[in-house]
Design a protein around this ligand. Structure first.
Ligand SMILES: *[C@@H]1O[C@H](CO)[C@@H](O)[C@H](O)[C@H]1NC(C)=O
Ligand SMILES: *[C@@H]1O[C@H](CO)[C@@H](O)[C@H](O)[C@H]1NC(C)=O
Ligand SMILES: *[C@@H]1O[C@H](CO)[C@@H](O)[C@H](O)[C@H]1NC(C)=O
Ligand SMILES: *[C@@H]1O[C@H](CO)[C@@H](O)[C@H](O)[C@H]1NC(C)=O
Ligand SMILES: *[C@@H]1O[C@H](CO)[C@@H](O)[C@H](O)[C@H]1NC(C)=O
Length: 395
């Protein structure tokens, strides 16, 4: 029995020491590396061209598939990032499985013109969506499930439909009651020209926490969102159709204390007396404007073509000097050319001269008339005076 006990002991000792040595021999770094490399392994290698499918991220660049069928098996519940860019996708209908971990979806640079109503239904925690450079047009309704969206990129998404009609901004932005978390909205290069009531309502009442608003390369000529977007840090309205910034607009920019960058370069500013007020504002504002790039359009029919507007004062813009005559909310100060003022002064002087001459003539005439009268009097007096004497002489 003792022999059996010893044998058991020996066996136990052996097993223990073996397992200890096994544990000791296991390089934990190697294990982690193995796990990581498993996670990093490209699961769709040689199956889906131009794609890397990992445990958490699926990335395709320049893939040639037109829908998700081929890629879908590699998208899992654990996937956090999906990026299918510069490919040939023509439609997006989402994914079959629930994607509670998905925070980033980049579909930019495809040919997507159709987005299914339910495409975003099973990715409620999506933070970033990029649909730029796809002709998706009016898809505002499909974003309804994206209540946690933080960054939305919709650059160059507005292509004319078969009737040649373009989408209005409010039909492209999310049609939701409240987008409390939206901080970045890029709507550049979409042919937008009007801050419609609904678009204004969206910016003011639904997406009021926007920090970055990019409206570059549109056709806006005004931006009236007074009292809204009070958390703005970056406002980009460059390369639009602004001829000037109205007093209302400059006051709005002045009022946003959180601003870190304002881009308004590349607009067809009307470098005439009309922008004198705007030019003065550029020279005095403390807001972080791209003043060095704000120039009179090159090739414009003005002596200031290509010049920085901040360097143009009212004297330069309006001739020798100008005075603010009256104020117009839309176009800024109405200034007047000194020439016109001089003309007015000259006219007034001429009129005054005429009046003086007339008055003098009248006085002269009256005077003359009196003199003639008095002269006649003298004559008569002389006559009468002499007459008696004459009479007397005659008598
Ligand atoms: C574990 O393996 C890594 C790489 O294979 C090596 O650099 C490291 O020194 C090893 N650690 C131990 C404790 O052996
Ligand atoms: C989406 O992908 C494109 C192309 O790779 C890239 O330029 C863009 O910055 C990406 N968007 C985001 C939000 O990361
Ligand atoms: C927006 O929605 C959030 C959560 O859904 C809510 O807490 C908040 O009160 C809403 N804000 C407004 C202004 O409706
Ligand atoms: C530019 O200003 C001039 C005079 O200040 C005005 O006559 C003209 O209509 C303006 N042009 C535009 C496009 O606003
Ligand atoms: C800009 O402001 C400075 C300081 O007030 C002033 O000296 C300068 O003449 C102004 N320049 C123009 C172009 O108005």
């Amino acid at each position: 029995m003792a022999g059996v006990g010893i044998l058991v002991n020996v066996l136990v000792t052996l097993i223990c020491s073996w397992s200890v040595s096994a544990i000791e021999g296991t390089n934990t770094t190697e294990v982690t590396d193995k796990t990581t490399s498993l996670l990093r392994a490209d699961r769709c290698k040689n199956v889906v061209e131009n794609c890397f499918c990992k445990e958490k991220a699926v990335t395709c660049k320049g893939a040639r598939f037109t829908n998700m069928d081929e890629l879908s098996p590699y998208i899992k519940y654990t996937t956090t990032r999906i990026s299918i860019t510069n490919g040939q996708l023509t439609e997006f209908s989402g994914f079959q499985i629930q994607l509670d971990n998905l925070v980033y979806l980049n579909l930019s640079g495809n040919l997507i013109s159709t987005v299914d109503m339910n495409a975003f239904r099973n990715m409620p925690y999506l933070n970033v969506v990029d649909l730029s450079n796809n002709p998706v047009r009016c898809i505002g309704d499909v974003f309804q499930p994206l209540l946690n969206i933080r960054e939305m990129y919709m650059r160059n998404c507005n292509h004319p439909d078969t009737m040649g009609k373009l989408c209005m901004p409010e039909k492209m932005i999310p049609n939701v009651a409240n987008l409390t978390f939206l901080e970045v909205l890029d709507l550049s290069a979409n042919h937008f020209d009007t801050v419609t009531e609904d678009f204004r309502g969206f910016l003011c009442n639904k997406a009021f926490n926007i920090k970055t608003l990019i409206l570059a390369n549109n056709k806006f000529s005004y931006f009236s969102v007074d009292g809204c977007l009070t958390s703005l840090e970056l406002l980009d309205i460059s390369f639009n159709n602004f001829h000037s910034l109205s007093d209302e607009e400059t006051k709005y920019i002045e009022s946003i204390e959180s601003l870190e960058q304002v881009k308004i370069e590349g607009n067809p500013f009307n470098c005439t007396c009309q922008i004198a007020g705007f030019a003065t504002w550029l020279n005095t504002t403390q807001q972080p404007l791209d003043v060095n790039n704000i120039k009179c359009p090159e090739g414009a029919n003005t002596p200031f073509a290509g010049k920085r507007i901040v360097d143009l004062d009212a004297v330069a813009l309006c001739g020798e000097a100008s005075i603010a005559v009256c104020f117009d909310g839309r176009n800024g100060d109405h200034t007047m050319h000194t020439r016109s003022i001089n003309a007015i002064i000259a006219g007034a002087m001429f009129v005054a001269f005429l009046i003086i001459v007339t008055v003098m003539l009248m006085i002269y005439k009256r005077h003359r008339a009196k003199r003639t009268l008095r002269k006649g009097g003298y004559a008569n007096a002389n006559y009468y005076a002499s007459e008696p004497s004459y009479d007397r002489i005659n008598k």
